[in-house]
Ligand binder design. Structure first.
Ligand code: X2X
Length: 349
């Protein structure tokens, strides 16, 4: 009897020891995709509508995140700058602070928070899409995305808003003189300086107010990509003249708050990064293949479309050269400007 009791106690003790040992030696695990604490919803801001090409890209990203993470991560798209009370330039700042998790944002809107992003807005820097692609995939392009970490954000991929073309409802624009005195809506200081250098009256205004301002004649014109923004927003209903001058290229960036990013397990980070890259590759393709159709639609709607030759662009370039110099040295910095210029020059050979 006593022996049996002793045996049972001994076996139990041994079992307990073994179990404790197993428990103790079990390696500390990284949270995996299935047991990490994820938020029910990750907020993504855009300041354009879902119908724009940019907006479609933002929604594609959310869709791919859901697919690649097997439904574990739910990114909800908030369009039309609804999370920033209409203020498009505050989006990056709110992702930086963590008030918003993700953004699919234009480099123009990011520049007030991270001045280096003004590199994309340097007047007449990008002559072709090949030049754009060479710059974004260059060391300078990568360095720029990486620099977001200093601002508590992680840049995941470049997308495209597009080449910005100018519209107005007064007359054809073929020379800088034609812009004289026109009330032109723009977004940031570099564009105010460019328009002023060309003799226009520049007015800074949020995108959400532009259609009504054009309709009511508070402003005469604006500038935006044709297929990406002008067509889906029916700007042709309130503008009569468009000049294709490719004076500025506007990229998009998919980015996430850094603390949010660091809270995610490695497998989920990889899936989200892939979603950003795939969504933006899809978006860039859509943007480029929609241009011809967009121009045709404008013509069908009665907009006069003017193309400028390289010779005709020269006076615009000359007049805006001091603005290029000023922002290249004071805001962007030599390193990134040179990296972009070199990559672009190489792409043109
Ligand atoms: O406000 C604009 O013009 C837009 C929609 O292109 C940007 O957000 C930069």
């Amino acid at each position: 009897m006593n022996r049996t009791v002793i045996r049972i106690v001994a076996v139990s003790l041994l079992l307990a020891l073994v179990l404790t040992a197993v428990g103790c030696t079990k390696p500390a695990e990284q949270p995996s995709g299935s047991d990490a604490k994820l938020k029910d919803e990750y907020k993504l801001t855009m300041n354009v509508s879902n119908e724009t090409i940019w907006g479609q890209g933002g929604n594609k990203f959310a869709e791919l995140v859901k697919e690649y993470t097997d439904g574990k991560v739910n990114v909800k798209v908030y369009p039309n700058a609804m999370l920033t009370g209409g203020d498009q330039m505050r989006q990056a700042e709110m992702v930086q602070s963590g008030a918003i998790d993700f953004m699919v944002n234009s480099t123009i809107n990011i520049a007030p928070t991270i001045p280096e992003f003004d590199v994309f807005s340097l007047p007449f820097l990008f002559p072709t899409y090949e030049a754009v692609d060479a710059a974004t995939s260059s060391a300078g392009g990568e360095q720029l995305l990486k620099s977001m970490e200093e601002y508590n954000m992680v840049g995941l991929a470049y997308g495209e808003n597009g080449f910005r073309e100018v519209t107005n409802n007064k007359h054809t624009v073929k020379t800088p003189d034609d812009l004289k005195g026109l009330k032109m809506r723009v977004v940031t200081p570099i564009y105010i300086d460019i328009m002023r250098a060309l003799g226009a009256n520049a007015i800074s205004m949020n995108w959400g107010e532009v259609f009504t301002a054009l309709q009511q004649g508070t402003i005469d014109g604006q500038e935006n990509p044709i297929a990406g923004v002008i067509v889906p927003n029916k700007i042709y209903e309130v503008q009569k003249y468009l000049t294709n001058w490719h004076y500025s290229y506007d990229a998009l960036v998919v980015a996430v708050n850094k603390d949010v990013w660091n809270s995610l397990p490695a497998d989920i980070q990889e899936q989200i990064e892939k979603a950003a890259k795939d969504a933006m590759a899809w978006e860039i393709e859509l943007s480029r293949k929609s241009i011809d159709e967009g121009i045709q639609l404008l013509k069908d709607k009665g907009v006069e479309v003017t193309d400028l030759s390289p010779e005709e662009l020269e006076p615009f370039r000359e007049k805006t050269a001091p603005v290029y110099e000023k922002y290249a040295s004071e805001k962007v910095g030599k390193e990134i400007v040179t990296a972009f210029e070199e990559a672009i020059a190489k792409s043109l050979k």
